[in-house]
Design a protein. Structure first.
Length: 83
């Protein structure tokens, strides 16, 4: 497989720290062993892994807002992420 000559090699790619933020507007189903927030997290992590060659790395911190509306910014995990 040939690399794009304009893409940096994995060894020289600058690191891009990536966070996964998840949100669900209701608490319904959050008590399940595997819930919507988990599914969103897995999807975000897979997307980040697909760009590892470009230097993307997933931060280990979880930013989950279960039971918070997306209509405003009053969400604890979102505020922690932005800080």
């Amino acid at each position: 497989m040939r690399r794009n000559p304009r893409s940096p090699s994995p060894a020289s790619a600058p690191k891009v720290r990536c966070a996964v933020y998840t949100r669900k507007s209701t608490e319904e189903g959050l008590e399940q062993e595997f819930n919507s927030l988990d599914a969103q997290r897995e999807s975000g992590e897979a997307s980040i892994r697909s760009q590892a060659g470009e230097g993307w790395i997933c931060l280990p911190d979880r930013y989950d807002d279960g039971g918070f509306t997306g209509a405003n910014m009053d969400r604890p995990a979102l505020q922690r992420l932005l800080a």
